[in-house]
Design a protein around this ligand. Sequence first.
Ligand code: DQA
Length: 144
Amino acid sequence: MTATVFLLNGPNLNLLGSREPDIYGSQTLCDIEAMVRDRANDLGLAVDFRQSNHEGDLVDWLHEAQREGARAVLLNAGAYTHTSIALLDAIKAIAVPVIEVHLSDPGTREPFRHHSYVAIAAVATVQGLGAQSYIVALEKVAAL
Ligand code: DQA
């Protein structure tokens, strides 16, 4: 059976393409999804690609990844990265490995972006490569 990777995107990532393109690039989330699906196909992985602006959806989807036996979760939690103990607890509550993903490198931005709750429990972080961060993270899953 083909292994499935959940790719979960948090708040404001639905606006990629028009949102602060100097920081996040000009590709839309749909463009990124298409890129990810192509690469996943090459790697023999199925992708469940989702976006929500609501913290609880991301928590529910992490639980679902566990129930559904996902191979891994790639999580770009957006700003919830820096605020959400609920997401940290959800990652700790599941056995599925979670890789943290960011388009930008939050560590080189405003100080309030320097702390990541997600990183405390994630098995790896890929950041600062623009849309390519998602591809590198997917390749890490293939190597797990
Ligand atoms: C982001 C970085 C976060 O600090 C920010 O709040 C986002 C996007 C990124 O992909 O670079 O919404 O997760």
